[in-house]
Design a protein. Sequence first.
Length: 150
Amino acid sequence: MVEWSAAERKIVADVWGKISIDEIGPQALARLLIVYPWTQRYFGAFGDLSSAGAIMGNPKVSEHGKTVLGALDKAVKNLDDIKGLYAKLSKMHYEKLNVDPDNFRASYLLADCLSIVVATKFGSAFSPEVQATWQKLLSVVVAALTSKYF
Ligand code: HEG
């Protein structure tokens, strides 16, 4: 059971309040596909991913980036039961992507890309304390998303 202090809850609410899902979601997913190109194998149905420009301009990438951040929005609003919230989503990823341990790693890579996008946007406001709480949130999300894998 993950515990969240009052200070952590405040940081999560503050950071999330300043994030635009429509802006950050597409940027984070595009970074994943560009920086870690092997993750493209999961997105064969998304069309042209042949260059950084193609990925950033691909409407399916943008749409899916927003979907992923939409799931994170629910996590932020259900901090005390992220595992329960993601049970179905985890099962879907497991069945769709066939228990590939690569996917476990890819979720951490996506979390890193998301942190970099947020840090770039926030600048010095992304203090070590804020980063620590933000990364805790992403770790809990990834653990919940992969809970049905093993
Ligand atoms: Mg996943 C679908 C969330 C990591 C590959 N992902 C989805 C959906 C959500 C979601 C909400 C839509 C579910 C539905 O249709 O009911 N994904 C999500 C989160 C995270 C994540 C919150 C990590 C923080 N996903 C992830 C990673 C990969 C991946 C790392 C592969 C590298 N997701 C994936 C694929 C689909 C989804 C291939 C189906 C996309 C489609 O065809 O529309």
